[in-house]
Every structure is written in C-alpha cells, then in structure tokens.
Design a protein around this ligand. Structure first.
Ligand SMILES: [Zn+2]
Length: 173
C-alpha cells in the first residue's frame, strides 16, 4: 500500500470470520496494545488479545450492523460486541474511555499505522504462550513444527511437575 499522506481520509478494512460484519477504521489508529488480562483471554479464547484503539468517530460498520450482539460485564461496565453468526469479537469498549473503540488487530487485513508496543496485565502472561522459541519440523507431520524440550529450561521444569505431559523424547526424531 502506498504511503498515506492524507491521514484523515485513509482507512483500513476488517471483517469477522464469516464476513457478515465488515467495518473500517481511520488510519493511523490511535494506539495498539496486547491485553493479557483474564477477561480478554476468555473473550478471545486465546493466550492474549491484541487491540487497535481507534477514535469512535473514525470507526464505521460498513456491513452487518444488525448482526452485532453485545455483552456487558456487570462488574466493570465494559462491553464486548461480537458477530452473532460466527462469534468473532468485533468491538471492545471501556467506560473510562467512551470516545474510543478497541478492535482486535487480527480482524484487520492491512496496516493500521500503529505497532502494538504496549502491554496490559503483563503479569498475567500465561506460561503456555508462544514467545518465539526456535521451532523445528515434526517428523512425520507435514506442516507441524515444534519446540524441542531442551531448548527451554522453564518448560522442562513444568514437564517434571506435570504427570501425563509428554516425555521429552515422545516426538523426537
Ligand atoms: Zn461473523
């Protein structure tokens, strides 16, 4: 994509898994971050959620507004909107920042003008999160790579404490 010169008119498009909901945000976005909190972890069914924060005035649902369902956490007042057809999280809103909407970065195909350099609730980082450890092909399973046990001391400790976890040699060549 060509370098953006007119910031107020440039946009990036995104959609849910099934495509029923489509939207666009103005770019560059306000900011972007990784959210390691339990609530976002559960809402996404993932190790953590990466959000792009946008001014509400620069976010627009271009298709499927009526397909969007909302869930509000009573304790926090935070609202999570998702596609009622496929379940994809679409919008995360927080009461303390009503002028902002937060969009899962993964829904947006192109560039957003912001790198996710910030972390929320990093203390909750799960020890099963992939952190870029070296990976090698798993013999006999095309397309599958894995982390050799010897490459990471932390995982070896966990392995020693967890009956039933695959032994270090289980999938070796
Ligand atoms: Zn959908």
């Amino acid at each position: 994509m060509a370098k953006v010169k007119t910031e107020n008119t440039a946009s990036a498009q995104g959609q849910c898994l099934c495509g029923a909901v489509q939207f666009e945000i103005g770019i560059p976005a306000r900011w972007a971050w990784h959210d390691h909190s339990a609530a976002s972890r559960r809402a996404h069914g993932a190790a953590y959620a990466t959000y792009v924060g946008c001014w509400r005035s620069r976010f627009r649902v271009t298709k499927g507004q009526t397909k969007i369902t909302r869930f509000q956490e009573k304790a926090t007042g935070r609202t999570r909107s998702f596609c009622s057809r496929c379940g994809t999280p679409i919008i995360y809103e927080r009461p303390h920042a009503p002028q902002m909407v937060n969009i899962p970065r993964a829904l947006i195909g192109g560039r957003t003008g912001r790198e996710p350099r910030y972390h929320i609730a990093i203390a909750e980082l799960q020890d099963w999160t992939y952190l870029g450890e070296p990976l090698v092909p798993l013999k006999g399973y095309p397309g599958v790579v894995w982390e050799r046990p010897a490459a990471k001391k932390r995982r070896q400790v966990i392995r020693g404490q967890s009956p039933g976890f695959p032994a270090p040699d289980d999938h070796d060549e």
